[in-house]
Structures are given as structure tokens and as C-alpha cells.
Design a protein around this ligand. Structure first.
Ligand SMILES: NC(=O)c1ccc[n+]([C@@H]2O[C@H](COP(=O)([O-])OP(=O)(O)OC[C@H]3O[C@@H](n4cnc5c(N)ncnc54)[C@H](O)[C@@H]3O)[C@@H](O)[C@H]2O)c1
Length: 289
């Protein structure tokens, strides 16, 4: 039987990998809704249908009733969110409210949210550290309450720093590993925000995509952290590329990840397959300087 699946943010980094997996099943009709704020046409996957627009307008842009909604279409950067607070409010708070309401009104069978692990930092107070983390944590509260108030069928995944193919390495919204690949290729120093000891659980994007699809199939409620258990500091990451490092001023984000609920491993047996240091070693070996 054909399933209609909506992926918001389908032209983004992680969304494109979810779509790549979903279109492998010929019974899936996959629709992306993306406003191309950070999404890119080159991330589009053959076999999916791409619609351009803000999630606030989801009702008009998606006349179909999807069976499953994967919601990734949000402003997705920590450090620049201080300067972009109104964009964060518009794209994440207003946009996500519309998506959640859409799912309630259309009686979508499963709503899956790409939450941020940043809320677990600072002893569970990470939501107060920057506008992005705040918006993501507020949306988790909203979705959990829709589960209570309206019995919305939902599951919440927590992502950790994604790396892997189609990561964006240029412009103001570039992400770390792709930026460092550019530094490496251009023979430049690696800019590490001080102190450089801040650690991250870099997680391979295809592991995240597989995890989110598994959670959509079998998960219920909050608590599906999708993290590589190996943590590395930003200095260790720059050194894995071979340096040299230039320490810079900036917003380091959280210092640690914090403890997140682990239902993806415990209930569903999800595991990661690629470690960031091995990935960097392979990149360096295949791009000799
Ligand atoms: N990358 C990570 O490490 C990470 C960590 C935690 C959570 N997440 C979450 O996962 C999701 C995907 O992140 P990503 O790394 O692929 O980022 P991304 O920027 O590559 O993807 C986000 C996509 O959503 C689109 N978008 C943003 N706001 C929108 C709106 N209001 N309406 C329609 N489209 C909109 C963007 O154009 C982009 O294509 C985001 O919700 C992000 O908060 C990512």
C-alpha cells in the first residue's frame, strides 16, 4: 500500500539523507517542504517531490494527508542564532506550531521531530544558552503536550553534530567538519573557538537518517537520542586533520553534551557505524596535500 511521507527540511543536510533512504521503497510517495534558507537544490534526491515554502504555510502547500511527517525544517545553527533571533522565532516557533497543528488536524499517523541534544547541556538547562537551543526545547515541550492534550502520535529524536556527505562547508551557516575540510583543502589554519576543549559527539549523517526512520517505525514519545558515544574536543578534531590550529574568539556553545535519554539504543537496538576520526583519516588519505 502506498504511503505518503512528508519531510520538512528535505533539501537540508540530514533531511536529504532521510529522503535518500525513503525513496528506496517504491511504495513511499515522498514530499519535501523546504524554504531553501540553508537547503540547497543540489541536495535534492531523484524520486522525491520538492515544494518550496515556509512551514507556516504547510496547510496550503501540502493538500495531501501524509501518513508520516518527519519534521527537520527549522533554523539549525547555534552560534549565529544570537544575531538571527527573529528568524529563529519565525522559522522554528511559528513554523513548528503550524506543522504540529497540521498533524493534529489531518490526523497524521506519526509525527517525528528532529530535536537538539543541546537542551541536555548545563545540567539540563541548555535551553537557556542560546536562541536556537531555546526554540528547539520549547518545541519539544509543545510536542509532548500535544501528545497529552490531543493524543498526537509522535516520537522525538535528539541529534548530535551531524557529519558526512552533503554537509555545507561555505557561507555563514557552514558546519564544522565541512568547514575544516575546506581549511584542509585550502591549506589554511583550522579556526578553533577558544578554549577548544569543548566536546561533541559527532554522528554520521547516514546513522542519523537510519535512526530517525527506525524511530518513526517503532518509537513512541520522547527520548530517542541518536548519538555516537565517542566524544572529541574541537582541538582533537582539528589535530586529526593535521592542523595547524588558530584559536579564535567566539561562542563555544556548550562545554559538554549532558545525559540524554537513550531509548534508541535500549528499545530499538540502534547503533552508529562510522566514527568521526576514522572518517577524517579517510578524507585526509584520499586528499593528500
Ligand atoms: N546537524 C546537527 O548536528 C543537528 C543537531 C541537532 C538537531 N538538528 C536538527 O535537525 C534538523 C536538520 O538539521 P540539518 O543539520 O540538516 O540542517 P540544515 O540547515 O541543513 O537543514 C534544515 C533545512 O530546513 C529548511 N528550513 C529551515 N526552516 C524552515 C522553515 N521554517 N520552513 C521550511 N524549511 C525550513 C532549511 O532550508 C534546510 O534545508 C534541524 O531541525 C536541526 O535543528 C541538527
Amino acid at each position: 500500500m502506498q504511503k505518503t511521507i512528508l519531510v520538512t527540511g528535505g533539501a537540508g543536510h540530514i533531511g536529504s539523507h532521510i529522503i535518500e533512504e525513503l525513496v528506496k521503497d517504491p511504495n513511499n510517495k515522498v514530499i519535501s517542504l523546504d524554504n531553501y534558507f540553508t537547503g540547497r537544490p543540489e541536495n535534492q534526491i531523484d524520486g522525491a517531490e520538492y515544494r518550496t515554502g515556509h512551514t507556516k504555510d504547510i496547510n496550503d502547500l501540502v493538500p495531501e494527508t501524509p501518513d508520516i511527517v518527519y519534521h527537520l525544517g527549522e533554523y539549525a545553527r547555534v552560534a549565529p542564532s544570537f544575531d538571527d533571533v527573529s528568524k529563529v522565532y519565525d522559522m522554528n516557533i511559528l513554523g513548528t506550531f503550524s506543522v504540529v497543528e497540521f498533524c493534529r488536524q489531518r490526523q497524521v499517523k506519526k509525527f517525528v521531530y528532529a530535536a537538539s541534544s543541546t537542551k541536555f547541556a548545563a545540567n539540563g538547562n541548555g535551553r537557556h544558552q542560546n536562541p536556537y537551543s531555546f526554540s528547539k526545547a520549547v518545541n519539544v515541550d509543545l510536542i509532548n503536550n500535544y501528545g497529552i492534550w490531543y493524543k498526537l502520535p509522535y516520537a522525538i529524536c535528539y541529534f548530535y553534530n551531524a557529519f558526512g556527505p552533503r554537509e555545507n562547508g561555505t557561507g555563514p551557516y557552514a558546519t564544522l567538519i565541512a568547514k575544516f575540510e575546506q581549511s584542509y583543502l585550502n591549506g589554511k589554519a583550522f579556526p578553533v573557538v577558544k578554549p577548544g576543549t569543548q566536546k561533541r559527539n559527532f554522528t554520521y549523517v547516514k546513522d542519523l537518517a537510519r535512526g530517525m526512520i527506525l524511530v518513526a517505525q517503532k518509537g513512541h514519545g520522547d527520548g530517542y537520542a541518536l548519538d555516537n558515544l565517542n566524544e572529541y574536543s574541537i582541538t582533537e578534531i582539528a589535530n586529526a586533520f593535521g592542523g595547524p590550529i588558530e584559536y579564535v574568539e567566539g561562542y563555544p556553545g556548550r562545554t559538554e553534551s549532558g545525559n540524554a535519554p537513550n531509548k534508541a539504543r535500549e528499545e530499538l537496538g540502534w547503533q552508529t557505524t562510522v566514527d568521526i576520526i576514522d572518517y577524517i583519516k579517510e578524507f585526509v588519505a584520499s586528499h593528500p596535500r
